[in-house]
Design a binder for this molecule. Sequence first.
Ligand code: SF4
Length: 419
Amino acid sequence: MEITTRLHLLDLVRRAQQATAAHTAAVRAAARAATATAQARAHADELAQQRPTAQDPEQASDELDEALAEYADRLRRLQSAKNKVARTFLAARTTNRTLSASYARHARGHARATSRDEIAADLLDELADTPLEMMDAAHAILVQSSAGKDSLVMLHRIATWAEKAGCLHKVVVIHIDLGEESEWPGVRELAQRQAERYGLRFHVLHAEGGLLGLVEKRGMWPDAARRLCTATLKRDVANKLLRQIAAELGLDAQAVILNCMGIRAAESPARSKKQRLAIDMRTSANSRLVLTWHPIFEVTDRDIWQEIATRALEYHPVYDALIPRLSCVFCVLAPFAVLVRAARLCWALGLPLPARYRDLEAKIGHRFKQSHSLAEVYGEAERLEREEGPLVWNRGDALRQHLCDGAADNYLARIALAA
Ligand code: SF4
């Protein structure tokens, strides 16, 4: 199947999903309207029964009139909600039928998919298997880079494929800077160097206030179930740029945008449920089809480090202090031991963040995590400092830990040569 046909069918999937979601929302709204109408009716009936025996007949009459007016208004709204259910049902049925018919026509001979989800999975799998073709068909390729090890390997792969496909000019690297009170020093500069290695365009977006600002404003820490930090500080900021880039393309036809992220299945059970390639329903629209692409989804931790070593890719030194992720210094998802190590690394680097975070926790009166507070993290870090002395590490320790001494020595020699 031609790639343009695949993309067209994916847009039909998007439209069908959107129409189905609109119908589901309309059904829910109609159910709520029906309940509100029944309540208004019951209230009016009650007042009507009470009126003959009311002490103040005039007031009782007024109240009944008001209740009847409310009931009439609710009835009107219920009818409107029912009309919307009917309209959205027809729209959903039409778009889903159009999709099935188009897919069957184009995929004749090898089509097995029947449901909308199967059709989407079939089309997305085929696309993800042909990255060069996909990049060639895209109008813009955004690479969201945290400068961490996964972003680094993803960026290397995207740049390599883009060069082969003659698409380097379409690639834009985006880095979201959460500020020095949230992140480790040198992250933004490193992200820029990583992008410049391939001659790619680089954009920094600033998430105002960073993690601390968000927590101070809300008076609570985010958690795994409500990762407001990711949504507010990263996703919303990136999506704004994504819409802007699509608009600037100024195409008459629908723009196809690849939004690349360095997420891997091995990172967590939640991430393993994601797909290599997915339609971004939130930012896609008739004018743009946005595909979220996880190009290193199936890569293991060891393979990430192997690729960093083999290609001599510059990684952030916090990994050498055996901090496993280049996230916020005190990430709400990090385990206790990592937070303790982060506090000790801050002290080794002369950063005031541990006390700043501990004090904020005390100020807002909301515990960092149910399982442990930042005060406990701070206390344990202090205890280890007393027992073991300040944290020490050497450049290359991450490679020594994940690969071997030889890989680290070879890497350091190559990095030194390139400098
Ligand atoms: S790194 Fe952790 S704390 Fe920072 S935004 Fe992501 S999930 Fe939230």
